[in-house]
Design a protein around this ligand. Structure first.
Ligand code: SF4
Length: 63
């Protein structure tokens, strides 16, 4: 699976990189940067929680 961020929707709440710091990180403005686009089984649960927790619906998991 892959995770993508809609950079126009992301406003930098930071929940994603707090919940899955091995996959997401803040850029200079606090917006989400994706460190590892391909999500392995180990990271999947944390990424699912991060996607569901984004208040802007800016994250999407794609098969
Ligand atoms: S939780 Fe959503 S809005 Fe906040 S930084 Fe992450 S992707 Fe952006």
């Amino acid at each position: 699976m892959k995770v993508v961020v809609d950079e126009h929707a992301c406003v930098g709440h930071g929940r994603c990189y707090a919940l899955a710091p091995h996959v997401f990180a803040p850029d200079d403005m606090g917006h989400c940067e994706i460190l590892a686009e391909d999500i392995d089984d180990y990271a999947l649960e944390a990424v699912r929680i991060a996607v569901a927790s984004c208040p802007e619906d800016a994250l999407e998991l794609i098969d």
